[in-house]
Design a protein around this ligand. Structure first.
Ligand SMILES: Cc1ncc(COP(=O)(O)O)c(C=O)c1O
Length: 348
């Protein structure tokens, strides 16, 4: 008998996007925000006291919960703090799934879901999207204990309407977890479904819209009974004191958040237009990345040639995605540099 459980031995493990060590590069591969966090964040960070480090943190992060509740129009009891959105996903798999309780999700989507299913040893029912990334009707009838819809979807940025997700929540007998890691860049979100449905959990991340990928913070929004159940599964101190202070400062600075988010959204429109001018197919995206396909040159080749120029984007060597490139939206200057490099590569 090996040391590990069979399913752990067999799982490949999640492969995070490449994090190059060099700083003189153009990094558009892991959907980070091109702008720094709010100045309020840096102020709070500079003022962290030895006492905050000596003591255990608030195990549920009530100051953050209160701030997030006000911003999202819900109550403190509807919020749970997490060590990144990924922490919430792990908690959800542990809370709802096992050998007899499958997970279901449309594909292609965030590649962490199948890894977590294998770790939890639960069956993963993968329902393919159609070419337009419409919500597959079959998702409503899988009988899964946990159904996940990533909205906006990764890695293409498509958005399923709140009404369609309301109908799905209504039809499902299990939990509907709506992964809104990228929702800060969309025109709508599903928060109101939490009031209507006792089986909906919303995932939010502060890695993208709030420029905090380095500190790991995300949160759940759900009805209070669901939050209380999820709290039983989380580590007792799943978010540290520094992260709680920083995340609270960030979410309170809504002015800065809106300013930077709007800049990224504007840059996204320009980037899509310029990619199309170069002959790429690049559908409009509701996230801070675009999925582009060249008819002239293989995606893997473009990726390699960009790396030679110290420009990093994301290439997924996976069925259905291996002819496309996912590009994180940078500042206008960064996007322009990428476009110039792509123009050069396609003219070689
Ligand atoms: C679709 C999706 N969901 C959730 C997450 C988790 O985000 P984090 O753990 O950085 O908050 C990510 C991160 O890239 C993501 O792409």
């Amino acid at each position: 008998m090996g040391y590990f459980r069979k399913n752990i031995e067999n799982v490949k493990g999640y492969e995070p996007g490449f994090q190059p060590k060099e700083t003189d590069i153009l990094k558009l591969n892991t959907n980070e925000n091109p702008y720094p966090p709010s100045p309020q964040v840096m102020k709070v960070l500079a003022e962290i006291s030895p006492e905050q480090l000596r003591r255990y943190p608030d195990s549920v992060g009530n100051e953050f919960r209160q701030a997030a509740a006000e911003i999202n129009g819900v109550q403190l009891e509807n919020i749970m703090c997490c060590n990144g959105g990924d922490d919430l996903l792990t908690i959800a798999f542990r809370a709802f799934c096992d050998e007899n309780r499958p997970v279901a999700y449309p594909v292609p989507t965030y590649s962490l879901y199948p890894v977590l299913a294998k770790l939890q040893n639960c069956n993963a029912i993968e329902v393919p999207f159609d070419d337009e990334f419409n919500l597959p009707a079959r998702l409503a009838s899988t009988n899964a204990a946990l159904t996940i819809v990533c909205n906006p979807n990764a890695p293409n940025g498509s958005f399923i309407s709140v009404g369609e997700l309301a109908s799905l929540a209504d039809e499902l007998s299990g939990i509907l977890l709506i992964d809104e890691a990228y929702v800060d860049y969309a025109e709508a979100n599903c928060t109101k479904l939490v009031k209507e449905f006792d089986n909906v959990i919303i995932l939010r991340s502060m890695s993208k819209g709030y420029s905090l990928a380095g500190i790991r913070f995300g949160y759940a929004i759900a009805q209070s009974d669901l939050i209380a159940g999820l709290m039983k599964v989380k580590d007792s101190y799943n978010v540290d004191a520094v992260t709680l202070a920083v995340a609270t400062a960030a979410i309170k600075d809504q002015k800065y958040f809106h300013e930077t988010t709007e800049k990224v959204k504007k840059a996204r429109g320009l980037l899509v237009a310029k990619l199309c001018d170069l002959g790429f197919e690049a559908p409009q995206s509701c996230a801070n990345f675009v999925l582009a396909q060249s008819k002239k040159c293989k995606a893997g080749k473009i990726y390699d040639k960009l790396v030679e120029r110290r420009i990093y984007i994301r290439y997924f060597n996976l069925p259905g995605l291996d002819d496309k490139l996912r590009i994180t939206v940078g500042t206008d200057e960064q996007n322009e540099k990428l476009i110039l490099a792509l123009d050069e590569i396609l003219s070689e």
